[in-house]
Design a protein around this ligand. Structure first.
Ligand SMILES: Nc1ncnc2c1ncn2[C@@H]1O[C@H](COP(=O)(O)OP(=O)(O)OP(=O)(O)O)[C@@H](O)[C@H]1O
Ligand SMILES: [Mg+2]
Length: 342
């Protein structure tokens, strides 16, 4: 079922995905035409202010969008081990194929490990369950794999820890345990949604080191979602900048940091928090408020906050994400199709 023209090094291709929440008060266009690629074995950083649709994008990929939400448009191609591509949007969210992909080919780590582990089951019970769901092994073998998985993420005395409850672990160890669950089935893509936001700076650095080491060892791709541009600079090969459910700029990390094109990317970079700022602090706000999701502005969604807007143009038409030079893509009327300023 090969239906896209993706290059062989593309593992996941998100194409014009729209995910809306249909509520009585109005429709929240949480993701509104997002497109980007995740390359095999590389780290893609996804950045953007709170509410821009980063988590709903990951929920869309994993087919975990909750009602009243639904993917209303687009394609999400995943290249399987043998090279064949499948469109995840076409799969039943809870069907056998999607269940095998979730936690199998795609692992998920998110911000609050406390909520991902059940308080009434031991860590081991949950790890062995995850392993048995995806691998054809008995309980004893799954436990052995689980202990090794905990050891590989740097949890000391894993043969003892495996019988503890998540609340007995520190935040850092809990996050390591969640990573080990996500990795126990050798995913080819790890989606990490704010994996270190709840941790102190030192633990945060350790978890990022761990992710880097695991990626070097097993060659998985990582989709890293974070508010912290410092983390992106350190970890990502490529960066996607989202604004109000859309990608406004995309490119290699060096280009995004040294030659940002979109006025929103420029504003984000000017607001980089210093290394010792509080990890829970969100990005300092860029002037002007993010529009309410029910009332998206006409034209370019960023134009009401944009210092470089062109009256009569940016408030009228919607710019499209297009190549600008060889390496970057940008969605902005300030750039013509060759990527030069008009
Ligand atoms: N279950 C839901 N029902 C209705 N609206 C939702 C739901 N989940 C998310 N949204 C809305 O979709 C938009 C995108 O939310 P999302 O959680 O993806 O943002 P985010 O970029 O992950 O933000 P943050 O950085 O704070 O995690 C927001 O306006 C949010 O209020
Ligand atoms: Mg989020």
């Amino acid at each position: 079922m090969s239906t896209s023209e993706n290059s062989a090094d593309t593992l996941l291709s998100v194409r014009d995905v729209k995910t809306y929440f249909f509520q009585d008060e109005g429709t929240v266009k949480a993701v509104d035409g997002a497109s980007f690629d995740v390359k095999k074995g590389k780290t893609l950083g996804i950045v953007g202010e709170s509410g821009c649709g980063k988590s709903v994008t990951t929920q869309s990929i994993l087919r975990l969008v909750e009602k009243p939400g639904r993917i209303v448009h687009g394609e999400i191609f995943l290249r399987k081990e043998g090279g064949e591509e499948i469109d995840l949007v076409k799969l039943a969210p809870n069907g056998p194929e999607m269940r095998a992909i979730r936690g199998g080919e795609i692992g998920l780590v998110f911000q609050e490990p406390m909520t991902s582990f059940s308080p009434v089951h031991t860590i081991g019970g949950q790890i062995t369950e995850a392993i048995m769901l995806h691998k054809n092994v008995d309980k004893k073998e799954a436990r052995k794999i689980g202990i090794e998985a905990l050891r590989s993420v740097g949890i000391p005395k894993p043969e003892r820890r495996i019988d503890e409850y998540s609340f007995e672990l520190s935040g850092g160890l809990r996050q390591r345990a969640m990573i080990s669950v996500a990795l126990s089935c050798s995913p080819r893509l790890l989606i990490a949604d704010e994996p270190t936001t709840a941790l102190d700076v030192t633990t945060q650095a350790q978890i990022l080191d761990l992710l880097r080491r695991l990626q070097n060892e097993n060659g998985m791709a990582i989709m890293l979602i974070t508010h912290n541009l410092g983390v992106v600079a350190e970890m990502a090969d490529d960066v996607v900048v989202m604004y109000l459910g859309r990608v406004v700029e995309e490119g290699p990390v060096d280009d995004i940091f040294h030659n940002p094109l979109h006025p929103y990317t420029k504003a984000l970079l000017e607001s980089i928090p210093s290394i010792d700022s509080q990890p829970r602090v969100k990005l300092p706000t860029i002037s002007g408020a993010i529009p309410h999701p029910y009332n998206r502005p006409a034209g370019c969604p960023f134009h009401p906050r944009c210092a470089s807007r062109i009256e009569g143009r940016c408030d009228a038409g919607e710019p499209r994400l297009a190549a600008s030079g060889d390496r970057q893509k940008v969605s902005c009327f300030l750039y013509d199709s060759e990527g030069r300023k008009e």
